[in-house]
Design a protein around this ligand. Structure first.
Ligand SMILES: NC(=O)c1ccc[n+]([C@@H]2O[C@H](COP(=O)([O-])OP(=O)(O)OC[C@H]3O[C@@H](n4cnc5c(N)ncnc54)[C@H](OP(=O)(O)O)[C@@H]3O)[C@@H](O)[C@H]2O)c1
Length: 277
């Protein structure tokens, strides 16, 4: 194992029960000897992951709670203090991808739900844990946004808004803590995880098309882990994410228009509602 700044550190990871969060947790435990504190709502999945870790199961403790409830973070901070646990790194990864739809068909309750999970949860976590994190020799905060923060497409207005808000917040936080805390932002492109579960009408064809532009979850975890290792501030991973990033910088709103047009022409079932007024 090559020496790395987060070897043997204590890392809090939200969304550790599935997808990228689980992948990152496993990597940090197996390859870096970290103690991971995992957060997610579904206790059975967290327990199953602990069991999967076998003899390393003791390196994974978990707290099943909803990250979008501020009080849950205050309780966690108090619990860690009470138990004398010093967290070093916080990875805000939990998030949801709401069903693709046009804004006129989305309720304000849905907007609030997405903003709470994808944006406010990270603020609550950082507010509650920053004073403790700063006591670490190697404090770090990593927020997982999305390529949707780099270029908005038709049908992703609120998801893009939530991830765009997280990106802007993180960029400012990084500057405020240049001297005392590593702050990283990850913008992954489509990645093969279960996040598409909310796309109810996703046909086999649609999933096949999405999979063609998606990065394997293991590969994405690898890229994220190496990025954090190098303490990169801004991490854009995946071919589609790079295309959206560069396209948006070079073409501005035309990038959103062109990419949205591709979705419309594709006639994929998961985007049908988006293009039906
Ligand atoms: N997959 C992609 O294509 C993609 C692309 C760009 C960005 N991202 C972002 O990457 C992050 C990880 O996504 P993923 O693809 O790995 O998704 P995933 O497999 O669906 O995992 C999401 C994780 O978040 C947890 N979670 C969701 N809502 C929560 C809540 N309210 N409280 C606590 N935990 C919650 C889930 O556990 P429970 O359901 O048990 O709570 C699960 O562990 C997300 O922020 C996502 O927006 C994903």
């Amino acid at each position: 194992m090559n020496k790395c700044w987060y070897d043997y550190k204590t890392v809090i990871i939200t969304g550790a029960s599935s997808g990228m969060g689980k992948g990152l947790a496993e990597r940090l435990i197996r390859d870096h000897g970290c103690d991971v504190i995992g957060i997610a709502r579904t206790e059975s999945k967290l327990q199953a992951f602990k069991e999967e870790l076998g003899s390393l199961g003791h390196k994974f403790t978990y707290y099943p709670f909803d990250v979008s409830v501020k009080e849950n973070w205050d309780k966690l901070a108090a619990k860690l203090k009470e138990e004398g646990i010093q967290p070093d790194i916080l990875i805000n990864n939990a998030g949801i991808l709401p069903k693709f739809n046009r804004f006129s068909k989305i309720t304000l309750d849905d907007v609030n739900h997405t903003m709470q999970i994808n944006f406010y949860s990270s603020l609550y976590a950082i507010k509650a844990l920053l004073p403790t994190l700063l006591k670490s020799d190697t404090p770090g905060i990593v927020n997982i946004a999305s390529s949707a923060a780099l270029c908005s497409l038709a049908g992703t207005s609120i998801y893009s808004a939530s991830k765009g808000a997280l990106k802007s917040f993180t960029d400012a936080l990084r500057e405020e803590h240049r001297k005392d805390c590593y702050v990283g932002l990850v913008c992954p492109g489509f990645t093969k995880t279960d996040i598409f579960r909310n796309q109810e009408q996703a046909s086999e064809g649609a999933m096949k098309a999405l999979n063609m532009v998606s990065t394997d979850c293991d590969k994405m975890v690898d890229l994220i882990e190496k990025g954090i290792w190098k303490k990169k501030g801004d991490m854009v991973f995946g071919i589609d994410a790079h295309a959206m990033n560069i396209g948006n910088k070079l073409l501005g709103t035309f990038c959103s228009h062109a990419a949205s047009k591709v979705l419309e022409i594709s006639k994929l079932s998961i985007f049908r509602e988006v293009f039906t007024p």
